[in-house]
Design a protein around this ligand. Structure first.
Ligand SMILES: NC(=O)c1ccc[n+]([C@@H]2O[C@H](COP(=O)([O-])OP(=O)(O)OC[C@H]3O[C@@H](n4cnc5c(N)ncnc54)[C@H](OP(=O)(O)O)[C@@H]3O)[C@@H](O)[C@H]2O)c1
Length: 339
């Protein structure tokens, strides 16, 4: 059996374009004991795959894909055939073999530190795709960054970058509901206004509107206590300058560096001078917190005190456009491809 699959056609040297990716008909791996055949229904479009499309990936991360190799990413699908006792045809599952119509998935292989392991989802009355967004990996990432990594307090002033995206929009609302003063930044005036008007941030800015130190000083004249970093690049050194003593940073991602080279900030001594705590994390290592996160985020989504927004692309043929649009800030909320 063949499955349409999005593959790396040529390595981008700089900005990813749709010509770097192509759909191919690829034979599915035969179903062995322990495997499950899944018909994919929703693909999570995530920035991190960009790290694997160049010549080299950051050491310690997943290796670069070869030219011709299939892209991978979180996906939801329905089990069509199962050779594992825990899965039955008709089950809704999440797994890592996205970017294709059908996938042969091993029930025992992990991915992304456990987040991509084949998992049965009991969606109840929730729209399925929310288990890739606020009730899935994006929600867990936001929850972990705020409460496990930075241990935010209601009195904190918290800056969240890429705040109109999947992780950022969930983190913004969770921090607002916790009582924090939230400074939210994004890549357009429209997004910045939305962060205040719809998501409850206290103040917001478009990071194109000036130098980062001034924008942050205007939004948070007394400094910040915590910074949820989705962006890296020029955002991180600005945060170091704005953080108050004992401030905390959750290094979640660095999207501004995924398509360019990265240089170290010249003000790293701020970390020592102000006794800052800087901690990176991968949400996949916190899978044990899914139930807790889902009960908190789920109850807020149910009572309407939290909103969920998505940018949906229809058809696998638009998956490459979805990824390029995401990397260029043309999407907001959770970016998904519906098959
Ligand atoms: N640590 C983990 O376990 C984990 C898990 C998931 C995601 N992440 C990371 O979290 C971050 C957000 O991921 P997401 O899935 O929620 O994606 P997302 O925020 O929905 O989409 C990425 C956003 O980044 C912004 N962006 C792109 N280039 C930028 C630049 N040069 N400077 C500033 N902003 C830029 C764009 O919005 P604008 O219009 O605002 O520019 C874009 O919408 C990424 O860095 C990702 O790698 C980490």
């Amino acid at each position: 059996m063949l499955s349409r699959t999005l593959c790396l056609a040529a390595r981008p040297s700089g900005k990813l374009a749709t010509i770097h990716l192509e759909l191919q008909e690829i034979p599915l791996a035969p179903l062995l004991d322990g495997d499950v055949l899944v018909k994919n229904t929703w693909l999570s479009v995530d920035p991190s795959i960009r790290l694997r499309l160049g010549e080299s990936a950051p050491s310690g991360y997943l290796p670069p894909l070869s030219v011709g190799e299939a892209l991978v990413g979180l996906a939801l699908g329905t089990v069509v055939e199962s050779r594992h006792e825990n899965f039955r045809p008709g089950d809704l599952v999440s797994h890592m073999n996205g970017y294709r119509d059908y996938a042969t998935v091993s029930a025992t292989a992990g991915g992304l530190g456990g987040a991509g392991t084949l998992t049965k989802i009991d969606a109840g009355d929730w729209p399925h795709q929310w288990f890739l967004g606020p009730l899935g990996s994006s929600g867990l990432t936001a929850y972990v960054g705020l409460f496990e990594v930075m241990n935010i307090r209601p009195s904190d002033t918290v800056w969240i970058s890429a705040a109109a995206g999947a992780v950022g929009s969930t983190a913004t609302q969770l921090a607002v509901h916790h009582g924090c003063t939230v400074i939210a930044s994004a890549g357009s005036r429209l997004k910045a206004d939305h962060l205040v008007d719809a998501l409850g941030a206290s103040r917001s800015f478009d990071y194109h509107d000036g130098d980062m130190d001034s924008l942050l000083a205007q939004a948070a004249p007394h400094g910040i206590d915590a910074y949820f970093d989705n962006v890296g690049g020029s955002h991180f050194p600005a945060a170091l300058n704005a953080l108050r003593p004992e401030g905390r940073v959750a290094m979640c991602g660095a999207i501004s560096t995924y398509e360019t080279s990265n240089t170290l900030p010249s003000n790293l001594f701020q970390i020592t001078a102000k006794s800052l705590s800087i901690r990176g994390f991968r949400a996949g290592s916190f899978g044990h917190l899914y139930d807790r996160m889902r009960s908190i985020v789920g109850s807020r989504l149910a009572d309407g005190t939290m909103i969920y927004e998505e940018s949906v692309y229809d058809g696998l043929e638009l998956a490459s456009t979805a990824l390029v649009d995401l990397l260029n800030g043309r999407t907001s909320g959770k970016t998904l491809c519906r098959l």
